[in-house]
Design a protein around this ligand. Structure first.
Ligand code: ATP
Length: 256
């Protein structure tokens, strides 16, 4: 459902040269699968998700979502995905219910279907208490719930979530995690980025460890334990980073 093939993205460096934000990334996400991109700050997670959502163009490689190429068929991609990031702006003067109705209309849903879907989402994401208040006055958790409902209003087959639980309290965190699980179990392909080891471990069917824009390991949690010889995801990640850095240094020494 999501295919990223040797994807890369270079940004110009302010002091000259370039930043390799994404460097030859290949991974696939199947329908019904929850795939987590896990990596430190600056690893390239957000850039990857922005490419796959059609917000920025890759410098190289290819990405196909639900059969649509992000470069040549952006409309097809946009119809197939719901994209959520904590930074998505909400229209301050609309209520969550009005905002969802606006997006349902943008997606060409007829009024009755849109209303049914919105009622369903308000219930599933636990928005009943604030669905009719203005977005401008919502708390971080309420905004995040609204954001995730907005991404899902048209019921797309693919969900792309950038740090979906950033800054959330335990309760809201659980609501969002359960909701993501439910979407996966209903056959959606879910790609998310996270820093949270525990979340990646418990929520994701497969995890891609990303470092300096490269995928340094990939698999189920059990696969990663086997590959690294470590038990905990934090230790697995550190071990894989050490191995990747040793390989890169080896290549550089060979080249010198
Ligand atoms: P974080 O966990 O901190 O959100 P990330 O893994 O999402 O990090 P990205 O935001 O994708 O990482 O950034 C990867 C690299 O690309 C970083 O070095 C960042 O500074 C750089 N970068 C991202 N966007 C731009 C841009 N628009 N222009 C220049 N450099 C950028």
């Amino acid at each position: 459902m999501i295919q990223a093939e040797r994807l890369s993205k270079l940004f110009p460096h302010p002091e000259g040269g370039e930043i390799r934000a994404v460097d030859g990334l290949t991974f696939h996400v199947a329908p019904g699968e929850i795939y987590g991109l896990l990596g430190p700050n600056g690893a390239g997670k957000t850039t990857t998700l922005r490419i796959l959502s059609g917000l920025i163009r890759p410098t190289g490689g290819r990405a196909i979502l639900n059969g649509h190429d992000v470069v040549t068929d952006l409309d097809g991609v946009k119809r197939s995905i719901g994209f959520m990031t904590a930074n998505t702006g909400l229209y301050q003067r609309l209520s969550p219910r009005e905002l969802l109705a606006y997006f349902a209309e943008l997606h060409g849903m007829d009024r009755a279907r849109g209303r049914r879907r919105i009622d369903e989402l308000i219930d599933l994401v636990g928005m009943a208490d604030f669905a009719d208040l203005r977005c401008g006055g919502l708390s971080t958790g309420q905004r995040q719930r609204t954001n995730i409902a907005r991404a899902l209003v048209a019921d797309p087959p693919i969900l792309i979530l950038d740090e979906p639980t950033l800054g959330l309290d335990v309760l809201t965190n659980r609501v969002i995690v359960e909701f993501i699980r439910r979407e996966g179990s209903q056959g959606k392909a879910v790609l998310l980025s996270t820093h949270r080891m525990g979340e990646a471990e418990s929520l994701c069917d497969r995890i891609g460890l990303i470092h300096h824009g490269r995928l340094i390991a990939e698999g189920t949690f059990a696969d990663l334990q086997r590959q690294s010889g470590e038990e905990r995801l934090g230790d697995i990640f550190l071990r894989m980073v050490e191995l990747a850095d040793a390989n890169t240094n080896g290549v550089l020494e060979e080249r010198a």
